[in-house]
Design a protein around this ligand. Structure first.
Ligand code: GLC
Length: 557
């Protein structure tokens, strides 16, 4: 592996420029990864001490959820300074050291940039509040007078994605009730006005700041929402994203990403990854058009039920839509916004939909079934052509913690929906590393602050320590698969060929040497022809592939 340390631009170009086409990317949620100082909150020193764990796991890159100074109204997605590190996580020097150490281990670093909105404590927003309506400072956001004779009604009826109105009224510097500002998420997250040139220039500079420090990629938060119709027209609740929507997936958002791509292209081998939740796959593919983003997250795959025909359709669609731009597909089973995969696949309804979380949480979970399927899903996912994301704890088989006491819940979605939506805390519980009782090595020793969310006692069975030696553990399945994936040139980027298979079975070749089969039916199925087993998600039944089991095979000669 070449030395990746903050290479000057010219030599950075010389390194493997397309690493991201095949990468296995570990999503690291700093707050919940490892706490070095015992305050119950994960930090960068905690990450540094565990980098060898990640290197052994066999990942190629880490995506860090936002690590910047933040009042934490939305777990760091409310940024008050884009060029520093949240004090609870460490310092900029810690980040520099971490980037250098990761690069020494051959691990690239992807950071999360949140361009749609900032924090209400960001100096720009403070300046906007301190100035009068119509000021240049206010024009960086969406300030508007209210409706009605005394402006007491919000400028329009838009609703926040987190529940409640998308507008909050401010008090003017002279103490009077004043204008309203737009926040598509929480009130603490005011939306930027991307038609303002200062906003555009600021983010060019933020990208360069982190590229110069050695970041290898940027995950772009809420990437479809930046461009807005300045007339702020009303929208129906079911208005589809697209050119006629006032803020979701508008055509003019693409100008922004062409500009970002030009910045990324000043450097070598840097990747732009869009977080884009839009249902229309054809429009999604436009983001990876020429001169725009390198990849986008595959949310149709993440939302797809455990069903052979539906998965096959999503896979085919993904590959077909990425093909014209020659963009690699991405494959994602879970992240910090959705239910953990073990729980999802252990329910009678195995789909996922952000709008219907409370319905999914009302269904019983069969953890044994969910774990068996999650193991098979992991092999399927890691065999598909393109790059793959692993959300921290997925490799340990953690489940969604659905019984967090209300008083400990932190997610604004839970608060703003008055508990109607359980929110995302259940997927963000700190990792169990070792030992028999909480904090399971997440924090250093007894007597420290409690982890910021409580860990289930049964996670003693799922600690890294408990799983390290167990040949059949989830951790060892991930390790084995990631190491094979890295050593087999046919895996990662490339093409795939479906094989004929029994009903409910997915089978495909990756090149001439690797074959994957997954049984999603209820009965054992014959294994495809093969010249040996590379890895299996569970015990095979003689020559048969049991239900909810997957294998990677050596192709017959
Ligand atoms: C993205 C993030 C989510 C955050 C939201 C607002 O969807 O993944 O965690 O709450 O944006 O920034």
């Amino acid at each position: 592996m070449p030395d990746l340390r903050s290479a000057p631009h010219a030599s950075a170009v010389a390194i493997d420029n397309v690493w991201w086409r095949s990468a296995a990317i570990y999503q690291l949620y700093v707050r919940s990864f490892a706490d070095s100082d015992g305050d119950g909150i994960g930090d960068l020193t905690g990450v540094r001490t565990r980098l060898s764990y990640l290197a052994d796991l066999g990942i190629d890159a880490i995506w860090f959820n936002p690590w910047y100074p933040s009042p934490m109204s939305d777990a760091g997605y409310d940024i008050s300074d884009y060029r520093d590190i949240e004090p609870a996580f460490g310092t900029l020097a810690d980040a520099d050291a971490l980037i250098a150490e990761a690069h020494d281990l051959g691990i690239r670093i992807i950071i999360d940039v949140v361009p749609n909105h900032g924090s209400d404590r960001h100096p720009w927003f403070r300046a906007a509040l301190a100035t009068a309506p119509g000021s240049a400072e206010r024009d960086r956001f969406w300030f508007r007078p209210g409706r009605g004779p005394d402006g007491a009604l919000p400028p329009n009826g838009w609703q926040s994605i987190f529940g409640g109105p998308a507008w909050t009224r401010v008090t003017e510097p002279d103490g009077s009730a004043g204008e309203w500002y737009l926040h598509l998420f929480a009130p603490e997250q005011p939306d930027y006005n991307w038609s303002n040139p200062e906003v555009r220039a600021e983010f060019d500079d933020v990208l360069r700041f982190w590229f110069d420090r050695g970041a290898d990629g940027i995950r772009i938060d809420s990437a479809a929402l930046l461009a807005k119709d300045a007339a702020l027209p009303e929208i129906g609740p079911d208005a589809p994203p697209g050119p006629h929507h006032p803020y979701s997936d508008r055509d003019d958002v693409h100008e922004i990403y062409r500009r970002w791509r030009a910045v990324a292209d000043e450097y070598g081998g840097r990747v732009l990854i869009g977080e884009i939740w839009i249902p229309d796959a054809v429009r999604l593919a436009r983001y990876v058009g020429p001169g725009e983003l390198h990849t986008v997250f595959n949310f149709p795959y993440l939302s797809c039920p455990w069903d052979a025909a539906e998965l096959r359709a999503v896979i085919d669609n993904t590959l077909a839509l990425n093909a014209p731009a020659a963009a690699p597909a991405t494959w994602v089973l879970s992240n910090h916004d959705v239910d953990r995969i073990v729980s999802r696949l252990g329910r009678a309804d195995t789909a996922f939909d952000l709008q219907r979380r409370s319905y999914f949480h009302s269904l019983p979970v069969d953890l044994a079934l969910g774990t068996r399927r999650a193991r098979a899903a992991a092999l399927l996912t890691m065999a598909l052509p393109g790059s793959v994301y692993i959300y921290q704890g997925e490799e340990l088989g953690l489940w969604e913690v659905q019984d967090i006491p209300p008083g400990l819940r932190q997610d604004p979605i839970w608060r703003r929906s008055n508990g109607a939506d359980p929110g995302r805390d259940g997927s963000r519980v700190p990792l169990p590393w070792a030992g028999q009782a909480a904090p399971f090595g997440f924090s250093p020793a007894e007597g420290c602050g409690r982890p910021w969310l409580p860990q289930p006692a049964r996670w003693r069975e799922l600690t890294v320590e408990a799983q390290a030696g167990g040949a059949g553990s989830m951790l060892n399945l991930y390790r084995a698969a990631l190491h094979i994936r890295r050593s087999e040139p046919a895996l990662g980027d490339g093409s795939m060929t479906w094989l004929a298979a029994a009903d409910g079975v997915l089978a495909f070749d990756r090149g001439a040497r690797v074959r994957c089969a997954v049984n999603l039916s209820r009965r054992p199925a014959p294994l495809p022809d093969n010249a040996g087993l590379l890895v299996a998600s569970g015990p095979l039944d003689g020559g048969l592939l049991p239900p909810d089991c997957a294998v990677w095979l050596r192709s017959p000669l």
